[in-house]
Design a binder for this molecule. Structure first.
Ligand code: ZN
Length: 458
């Protein structure tokens, strides 16, 4: 970096101030794992290292490789006056560099609009894009592309996303662009020059220009359920297309790609779904790092907006109960009374074929007389993708209790179904990555990015 700075300064002396921005990084790929607390990163990385996760023959995740090659630091995400945050405030703080309040989009804590990274990049002549596997008007992409008093104003957010001329918009949430007060929004987008696409095939045909891709009415499905929707692009496919289109701008681009379902899976305390979502973001990381290797004027930054769930393996006391011991997963049950959790559990989590959240809702909707032990056992087994053992489960009329007991049986502990204030890990790779070390706050990210982009020196 020192060399780089010296070179920049030399360039300034030779060519005056205008040359400086040209010395900064050209492209930024910012990957946000919604809800990806450090314990969930660890849960996934440890599985890749020691449990033989499918798709990791070298026993190392792309996240770990990026951490080894790049730079990383620890940061907090508190809002103006609260310890815990939500995705709206966090995205806003990251995209604008100022403190705000929970649920606010693109405004400071006084309710005043603040320019986002995407607006600043547009002013610099760059192309900008947002990609998400939830719905594109959701809090994280909204914080980068809109200004609103509340994250619930999805119709208003959709209109602003089109009006702002965000070059690439890919995700779910079609209904916010084609119904109610926004019934004509897709037509307006086409008039503004957007290719409007609704499935993987149509997306693959877009080769340049602005693109608005909306692949489901609401949020896109969880990774564990994506196999049911072959017409939908995967998150990494959306990001690849975004980069293919955005990189045609000679001034460069800024892309924010969100893996939004880590949060959803963690809210449901669903370890199998979290694992699949972590593989999803890992594929995205692999693509971005490879791109930066081929295009050294690119910075990749991977972080989270907040933690969700505080979920991790724990040991559990099972005593000498033969019933509990029967389901113990630990490789060794030390002293006969403690189950220290087994790496085999990862292999079970990988088999999952559906979402526990969906199953929980399904079971709740069922009349009590149909919620027999046999039925629960059958549906749970189908969702988990292996023969579930609920023989020692108690009080099956308590639906959330069933899932609590499932977690307990696997040695998974979740502190909450909500967000926590756990400090987060931000990982940077590429030119200027070393700016993202130490301990910081999520409002510092934009300032550091501006440094790397050469914007603070204008
Ligand atoms: Zn959340």
């Amino acid at each position: 970096m020192k060399k780089f700075l010296t070179l920049s300064l030399t360039l300034v002396c030779l060519f005056a101030a205008g040359a400086l921005s040209a010395a900064g990084v050209k492209n930024v790929i910012w990957i946000i794992g919604d809800g990806m607390g450090p314990e969930l990163m660890g849960f996934f990385m440890q599985g890749a290292r020691y449990a033989g996760l499918e798709g990791y023959p070298d026993n190392i995740s792309h996240l770990e490789k990026m951490m080894n090659k790049g730079s990383w630091g620890l940061y907090f995400n508190n809002t103006y006056d609260t310890v815990v945050t939500d995705s709206a405030a966090s995205a806003t703080q990251m995209a604008t560099g100022v403190l705000t309040r929970p649920e606010v989009i693109g405004r400071d804590f006084n309710g005043k609009d603040v320019k986002t990274l995407m607006e600043l990049a547009k002013e610099k002549g760059k192309s900008v894009g947002v990609v998400s596997d939830t719905y594109i008007t959701d809090a994280t992409p909204a914080g980068f592309t809109a200004h609103a008093s509340g994250r619930g104003q999805k119709m208003e957010i959709a209109r602003q996303q089109i009006a702002s001329g965000t070059d690439v918009i890919l995700g779910g949430g079609l209904k916010y662009f084609n119904s109610g007060e926004n019934a004509l929004l897709l037509g307006r987008a086409k008039l503004q020059g957007y290719h409007v696409v609704k499935n993987k095939k149509e997306l693959s045909k877009v080769k340049s220009g602005k693109v608005l891709g909306l692949f489901s009415d609401e949020a896109m499905p969880l990774a564990v359920e994506l196999y049911k929707y072959p017409q939908m692009p995967a998150l990494v496919e959306m990001a690849q297309k975004a980069v293919e289109v955005l990189e045609q701008n000679k001034e460069g681009f800024v892309l924010m790609a969100e893996a939004g379902k880590i949060d959803w899976a963690a809210h449901a305390n669903d370890a199998g779904a979290v694992l699949a979502e972590m593989k999803t973001i890992d594929a995205l990381i692999a693509f971005a790092v490879e791109y930066a290797d081929k295009h050294p004027d690119t910075l990749v930054y991977v972080n989270a907006d907040h933690d969700t769930g505080l979920g991790t393996f724990v040991y559990r006391y099972i005593g000498r109960s033969e019933r509990a011991r029967k389901t113990a997963r630990g490789e060794a049950v030390y002293g006969g009374g403690t189950d220290y959790a087994s790496f085999n559990t990862y292999k079970l989590l990988e088999k999952q074929k559906g979402s526990l959240y969906t199953l929980e809702r399904e079971l709740r909707a069922l009349p009590a007389e149909k919620r027999t032990k046999e039925h629960i056992q059958e549906r749970l087994s189908q969702t988990l993708g292996y023969e579930a053992d609920i023989s020692d489960f108690y009080n099956l009329s308590d639906i959330s209790g069933i899932f609590r007991q499932l977690n307990e049986q696997r040695g998974m502990s979740w502190a909450t179904q909500n967000h926590s204030a756990a400090p987060l890990i931000g990982v940077a790779y590429g030119e200027g990555a070393e700016r993202f070390t130490g301990v910081y706050h999520n409002t510092d990210i934009l300032l550091r990015l501006k440094d790397v982009l050469g914007w603070n020196e204008d």
